[in-house]
Write a protein that binds this ligand. Structure first.
Ligand code: HEM
Ligand SMILES: *[C@@H]1O[C@H](CO)[C@@H](O)[C@H](O)[C@H]1NC(C)=O
Length: 581
């Protein structure tokens, strides 16, 4: 026997070649078998996908590139396989994902089975590259809790109303002024509104995260540009959109947008972490990250000096950053250590606050514009309800102020906002990871499996699957009837009335438990910013509807797949405005 390098030995004996080939084929076969999806026993799946190394990836990628949505594809598999529990293979060499399309079971998992189900690996895939030290993708442990302590005041009524609301209001008023100018210029033509919404939301979040000293307002800059124009070159056909010029954004703004957009890759890619890693090596991403970090460093230095001069008193808090530093100062004092302000954790929590605070909200608002333009009845009723409830500004022919908007009870407004959130599907699925072997609806779910709990499809937008009560967990059985249910006939429609009922005295009230909706997730790991989101939606929507009538836009501009529901990128969103009466 000679060494391994003596290749000729194989050529020498006639038996060796077939043996070698046989060996290679055998090994290839073994690797192939090993690389095939390994289905969880008993849970339905697409048979073709089970026989392919790529699993469901080609089907999912094709759907996502057509519709820009991953969550609608997931729920569609439940429909296709006719089961509230299915599994899909979207991570080559990885574990199957289990998809649950049943509100009551999802609610039970999110709210009550929190020991068994925690933050998903899917969230690690999406967020850990961009936000390596943000709590959104951490499992619920002491590190998570320490992060949350830094943010603990940011959803209090005091912060929301005294610090956040004025910024949101002023950005929304800038948007109204910008649109007045655009209305003057575009006349009856539709124009693209997505970027305006996106910028106004980012302006407001920027304001309450860093305070007014940061001095960034893209909307004001656009307003200045647009007001200086005398007239536009409009297309002859009024159904054709007008092209309104726009100026450049502040660099830090663009950096945030660039970084946010990189999440698109992680959501859609079958190899998200690797994919995002490659992206981060590219010069434009490196520049964006450096720009964002420098901007945070500058703001942090200013806030630190405010903190040391204004002590740790409450009244010193002008923005989220001030409050986070104050929390770190207090935590350090309690633990007898020096405070640490310049940490990755604080950078990432702040950036995450900006990201969470603007992109989902602006996507939801672009959806609101579409839904309201397409439902003129709802829009008219909303406007007349607002005029009646906010009589003083209506009679005075002025805009309602913050207090009038936030302190007046207007059940129909609550209902419209809730219905917009339900129908917009800005985030139409939640995910959890099984921390132990678990059981869902009679199926064994192995430890480490990601379980997707769908906020679209059956039980949310169409009749639920029939499920034997015996198969549900005890908590799930007990929760029957605690949340209302929708009429299968109309549950797919945009209908705010579904959220209204009356109290004993016959007075109309808003009922948040009228029926299923999972837009913000649920339970201890549900959306942290939900109250802030409602505040933003309320202020911005009221001011838009108070000032403008949203007319229907031509079909080719008003498609519902125009806003990317997964990555929340505004693809396009056209409005055609008229001054409100
Ligand atoms: C319409 C607007 C919004 C929608 C539809 C939305 C939706 C969601 C959803 C579905 C989740 C995951 C929930 C779960 O897994 O159960 C989530 C988590 C989160 N959201 Fe929102 N969100 C919105 C606005 C905001 C805002 C304004 C902020 C403010 C900073 C924010 C911050 C967060 C954070 C920090 C988490 C992670 C919570 C955790 O890991 O425990 N969101 N959001
Ligand atoms: C908490 O979980 C994360 C992963 O989700 C881990 O990186 C971190 O070290 C954990 N912290 C503690 C205190 O166990």
């Amino acid at each position: 026997m000679t060494g391994y390098t003596d290749v000729s030995m194989y050529g020498a004996t006639p038996m060796a070649l077939p043996l070698l080939l046989g060996g290679v084929v055998f090994w290839v076969y073994l690797v192939y078998r090993w690389a095939l999806p390994r289905p969880i026993a008993g849970i339905p799946y697409n048979k073709d996908a089970g026989n392919s190394i790529l699993g469901d990836v080609p089907a999912m990628v094709s759907h996502v590139s057509r519709t820009k949505q991953i969550f609608t594809w997931l729920a569609a598999q439940n429909v296709k396989l006719n089961s509230p529990v299915v599994q899909v293979f979207c991570r080559p060499l990885g574990k199957p994902w289990v998809v649950i399309t049943d509100f009551r079971e999802s609610q039970d998992i999110l709210m009550r089975r929190t020991k068994e189900f925690d933050r998903s690996d899917f969230f690690i895939d999406i967020f850990s590259g961009l936000l390596p030290d943000h709590h959104i993708w951490l499992k619920t442990n002491d590190t998570f809790k320490a992060h949350r302590r830094l943010l603990q005041d940011l959803m209090t009524p005091a912060f929301l109303h005294q610090v956040a609301a004025p910024h949101v209001y002023s950005a929304a008023m800038d948007l109204v002024k910008l649109w007045e100018e655009k209305l003057r210029l575009t006349k009856e033509h539709p124009f693209s509104a997505a970027v305006d919404i996106y910028h106004a939301a980012l302006d407001s979040v920027w304001g309450f995260t860093f305070g007014t000293e940061s001095g960034v307002s893209t909307t004001k800059a656009q307003l200045q540009l647009v007001s200086s124009l005398q007239a536009l070159d409009l297309p002859a056909d009024v159904s054709k959109p007008a092209n309104v010029p726009s100026g450049p954004n502040p660099p830090a703004f663009d950096a945030v947008l660039t970084l946010t957009e990189s999440l698109e890759v992680t959501v859609r890619s079958p190899l998200p972490r690797l994919h995002h890693w490659f992206l981060r090596q590219l010069p434009y991403m490196r520049r964006a990250k450096a720009c964002k970090d420098n901007m945070i460093a500058d703001e942090l230095a200013k806030a630190e000096s405010r903190l040391t001069h204004g002590a740790a008193a409450d009244q010193g808090v002008r923005c989220a950053l001030d409050d986070v530093l104050r929390r770190e100062f207090l935590a350090a004092q309690k633990e007898g250590r020096p405070p640490m302000y310049n940490t990755r954790t604080i950078y990432d929590e702040l950036f995450g606050f900006i990201l969470g605070g603007h992109e989902t909200t602006s996507t939801t608002i672009t959806w609101a514009l579409k839904l309201l333009a397409d439902s003129q009845e709802v829009q008219k009723k909303l406007r007349s309800t607002l005029r009646a409830a906010l009589g003083t500004p209506a009679v005075g022919n002025r805009n309602p102020c913050i207090q009038e908007i936030t302190n007046t009870q207007i059940p129909y407004l609550d209902a419209v906002i809730e219905e917009i959130a339900r129908c917009s599907l800005t985030a139409s699925g939640n995910a959890r990871c099984a921390m132990t072997d678990a059981e869902i609806l009679g199926h064994r779910i192995p430890k480490g499996t990601d379980v997707f709990l769908m906020g679209n499809g059956p039980s949310i937008f169409s009749a639920p699957f029939e499920i034997d009560e015996e198969l549900r967990s005890e908590g799930g059985r007990a929760a029957k009837g605690r949340i209302g249910s929708w009429d299968p006939e109309d549950m797919g429609l945009f209908n705010p009335e579904r959220w209204l009922t009356s109290d004993e005295g016959g007075k109309e009230i808003f009922d948040a438990t009228a029926g299923p909706h999972l837009t913000f997730g649920l339970g201890p790991r549900g959306c942290f910013g939900r109250r802030l989101a409602y505040l933003q939606l309320r202020l911005i929507l009221v001011l838009i509807v108070w000032n403008f009538q949203l007319q229907k836009v031509p079909d080719e501009l008003g498609g519902y797949d125009a806003v990317d529901k997964v990555t929340h990128q505004p693809q396009q969103c056209y409005v055609r405005l008229e001054k409100a009466e």
